[in-house]
Ligand binder design. Structure first.
Ligand SMILES: [Fe+2]
Length: 344
């Protein structure tokens, strides 16, 4: 039974569906374990939490929220007795935004970054965001800035952004086009990284300017759109197609389904860098100020518009598929967002 004012996604689903999801999560963990990939310890995975009571903390494959973890470590009730563990629920679709999406009326001049740490972020806020966004445990480095340029004959010359997420789970997002293979290898080598060091490769979608060098990384877990494949060619069941996130590192790295440009588009959310939460978004955003451009390249503009709105509600910085990173600006905390002002 759900004690929240509104039932969460997990509690609104039939119990058989929840059970199937738990089985699927257990199977994914087991296969990752067999493949030698990192497996979060019980109670240390990421996820979304509400006040629902159906699932208890610490169940196999289910995460604890940071407040719950803190509570386990030391929260005390009256008389110094340990507090009863709070209720929790299974991860919820990421499309449930943390803040309300912006309406057209909200799309206004630049405002401060939206978070409890807004003053700190504002003081750190360079213009534009740097190619290396520092952070611990994860920093984000734009290894190759994507571009797209129309030629006089009506053709377009383009290559996709390639992003390296530096930290305990070394992750590459997109590989650029096959014509840039040597440049990609050189860019990695310059940072002391060989292709075999990449633990997760997230390919935001299957277009040639993003997926052109996948075969450099046979030892990585490959997340190509909504397909997830282990190094031995074993494909894992996930909920990405149903709108569920796929965590790579508990509470820190999360693959999110962001359909529209293609129906299988995904993005990588990197939480808690020094400049806030970073969404490496592929062609969900072509570049900053791409209104009027992205629609022409979209398989499903209505769905992509929804994905863009949700992305703007959760990220502080967006790394687009064909341009430099940009800040997400909001009118005020809790009022949704917009892509940064191109004049900035
Ligand atoms: Fe694309």
């Amino acid at each position: 039974m759900c004690r929240a004012s509104l039932p969460c996604y997990a509690c609104a689903r039939p119990s058989r569906e929840r059970e199937r999801e738990r089985e699927r999560e257990r199977a994914v963990l087991e296969r990752r374990r067999c493949a030698g990939l990192p497996v979060p310890a019980a109670g240390e995975q990421g996820g979304h939490f509400c006040a629902c009571a159906e699932v208890r903390p610490g169940e196999a494959g289910l995460p604890l929220s940071p407040p719950e973890r803190a509570g386990r470590r030391g929260a005390r009730g009256p008389g110094g007795a340990p507090q009863k563990e709070g209720p929790r629920c299974a991860p919820v679709r990421w499309f449930q935004p943390r803040v309300q999406p912006a309406s057209a009326a909200d799309v206004m001049a630049l405002g401060p970054p939206p978070s409890e740490a807004a003053p700190l972020l504002a003081s750190l806020r360079p213009s534009p965001p740097p190619p290396l966004i520092p952070g611990s445990p994860y920093a984000v480095l734009v290894l190759q800035e994507g571009y797209s340029e129309e030629l006089p004959d009506g053709s377009t010359r383009a290559d996709g952004t390639v992003t390296l997420v530096l930290g305990p789970h070394l992750t590459l997002v997109d590989t650029g086009g096959p014509w840039g293979r040597e440049r990609l290898l050189a860019g990695l080598a310059e940072r002391g990284v060989s292709p075999g060091d990449i633990r997760h490769l997230v390919c935001t979608h299957g277009h040639s300017d993003h997926a052109g060098n996948l075969n450099l990384f046979p030892q990585a877990e490959l997340i190509v759109g909504t397909d997830v494949c282990l190094p031995d060619g074993c494909y894992l069941p996930t909920g990405l197609r149903q709108g569920d996130p796929y965590p790579l590192h508990a509470g820190l790295l999360e693959v999110l389904p962001t359909p529209g440009h293609t129906q299988a588009d995904v993005s990588l959310l990197v939480r808690g860098t020094a400049l806030g939460d970073i969404l490496v978004a592929g062609d969900l955003f072509e570049c900053q100020g791409d209104e009027g451009l992205w629609q022409a390249l979209s398989e499903d503009p209505a769905r992509q518009a929804q994905s863009r709105t949700q992305a703007l509600a959760i990220a502080n910085i967006i790394v687009p598929g064909h341009g430099p990173p940009f800040w997400v600006s909001r009118k005020e905390p809790g009022r949704g967002g917009m892509a940064g002002d191109p004049s900035r």
